[in-house]
Design a protein around this ligand. Structure first.
Ligand SMILES: [Cu+2]
Length: 480
């Protein structure tokens, strides 16, 4: 271990008060494998540096969010996770194409890590991009308590920028004493929009115009945004700047501006922006969450110009397109069609699901099992993954997956171990055919995605509203 643990925590505590995430954790190189130690535990943090109160959270290495892990594509890593939580856990590396046994899903890819126990995750980083890590055990409780962190894999030749920043967006549900409300897993949250916090956090601190990112006029900024909230969607807009989207979920996309109504970022999703900062010294521009109408916009943070003279008078002319990762291209001519139908929730038409093979009304499923959602007519518990997988795919199969949302709710659907191209929404082709690992399915919407099933194993496929996942929107896809 490169640093004595106490020294490490003291160093990170000293950094904790500043807004920017602490400097990336650097690991000593051990042969060609880089080792990082992560300890999940309960501790307290000051969410508002100007306030006196500290809030009880769970997190990694006594930091909220956990340390930003920064690697280079092609590196081999060893992530040693120690569990000091009062319950079992496991860590999933969201978006990384790892071997199945390293995917961090208890009951499917590994045994849960007991209190006091440890698990060693070792894999090669096949893809560059913006990723994150979080538990996949009781995730509806462990993630909103604070167990999440950014994982950045740099390109061999990253686009030239003056600043590369990570903003981890999340929220917490706090009481009057600024302590977490202990109401995880309520059926009312499960069957509706999920448990949404009353305090938005940016890099573990209360959101607002005081969360400034100080920049110099003329700088080119790469801003990586990660939605680590367990249920909240963000709809992002930046005043006074023409930000360009260069990546979704870590994968390069044709650079294009933010949509006029704001950029939707569902739970689990990431976006990389390039912003040429051409404001004047002393100016400040908010980055807002426009929310869901009729909600009023919330200021998340601000780009504030220092008084330093401009770095350059014209924006950099160099390209901002990312070199693609090596992802097998699905051949639509030979792709096989598969369908997943989603039903359930408190609103909408009555649905029928199967409980122990018997057709049941959703009200019965809720009352008897605490579940509220079905996928292909099946509802199952997060840790009762003894049911049939949703799909069986052959290794190398070209897949066209049609996702049909018959609910009145939004669902950010996440597939492990693969990226898919988003081809159509309600049958209408998408403008960028982007690669993603998580895609928003709007109410009553159908989404068509395609991919090559080239990573063998049993992979989770679930809604990233973690209360929905706990309430039945959790299944597996087998690549055999
Ligand atoms: Cu959902």
């Amino acid at each position: 271990m490169p640093l004595d643990r106490r020294q490490f925590f003291q160093a990170s505590a000293a950094l904790g008060a500043s807004f920017a995430l602490p400097a990336p954790l650097l690991a000593a190189e051990k042969g060609k494998e880089r080792r990082i130690d992560l300890v999940s535990s309960a501790f307290t943090v000051a969410l508002d540096p100007s306030g006196a109160s500290r809030s009880a959270v769970w997190g990694f290495n006594e930091q909220l969010p956990g340390p930003t892990l920064r690697f280079r594509r092609g590196e081999r890593v060893h992530l040693a996770v120690k569990n000091e939580l009062p319950q079992e856990t496991a860590v999933h590396w969201h978006g990384l194409r790892v071997p199945n046994a390293m995917d961090g899903v208890p009951g499917v890819t590994q045994h849960p890590i007991a209190t006091g126990g440890r698990f060693d995750y070792r894999f090669e980083l096949r893809d560059s991009g913006t990723f994150w890590y979080h538990p996949h055990q009781a995730s509806f409780e462990q993630v909103p308590r604070g167990l999440y962190g950014a994982l950045i894999v740099e390109e061999e030749k990253p686009p030239s920028v003056d600043r590369d920043e990570v903003w981890v967006l999340s929220d917490m549900k706090l009481d009057n004493q600024r302590q977490p409300v202990e109401d995880f897993g309520r059926i009312l949250d499960i069957a509706n929009d999920g448990r949404i916090g009353n305090q938005i956090l940016v890099n573990g601190l209360v959101a607002g115009s005081q969360r400034t990112l100080t920049i110099r006029s003329g700088e080119r900024l790469r801003l990586r945004l990660i939605n680590a909230a367990s249920a909240r969607f963000f709809r992002l807009a930046i005043d006074g700047h023409e930000a360009r989207i260069i990546a979704f979920d870590g994968q390069g996309v044709t650079p294009h501006p933010l949509p006029a109504g704001g950029l939707a970022l569902g739970p689990g999703m990431r976006v990389d922006l390039i912003i040429d900062c051409m404001g004047s010294p002393g100016q400040s521009f908010p980055l807002r969450d426009l929310g869901r109408p009729p909600a009023t916009p919330t200021v998340l943070g601000a780009l504030t110009y220092s008084s330093q003279p401009a770095l350059r008078s014209k924006p950099l002319a160099s390209a901002v397109t990312l070199a693609p990762n090596r992802i097998a291209e699905p051949d639509l001519a030979k792709a096989s069609d598969h369908y997943i139908i989603f039903q359930g929730g408190m609103r909408g038409s009555p649905v029928i699901g199967l409980v122990d093979g018997k057709p049941s009304r959703i009200q019965e499923i809720m009352a008897k099992q605490g579940l509220a959602w079905t996928m292909n007519y099946n509802a199952q518990h997060e840790h009762a993954l003894m049911h049939e997988p949703l799909l069986h795919l052959r290794t190398g199969e070209h897949v066209m997956l049609h996702m049909i949302n018959e609910t009145d709710f939004l669902h950010p659907m996440h597939l492990h171990g693969h990226f898919f191209r988003v081809l159509a929404v309600d049958g209408k082709p998408t403008p960028h055919r982007e690669w993603r690992d998580t895609v928003i399915m709007g109410p009553r919407q159908s989404i068509d995605v395609a991919f090559v099933a080239d990573n063998p194993g049993e992979w989770m496929y679930h809604c990233h509203i973690l209360d929905h996942a706990a309430g039945g929107m959790m299944g597996t896809i087998v690549v055999e």
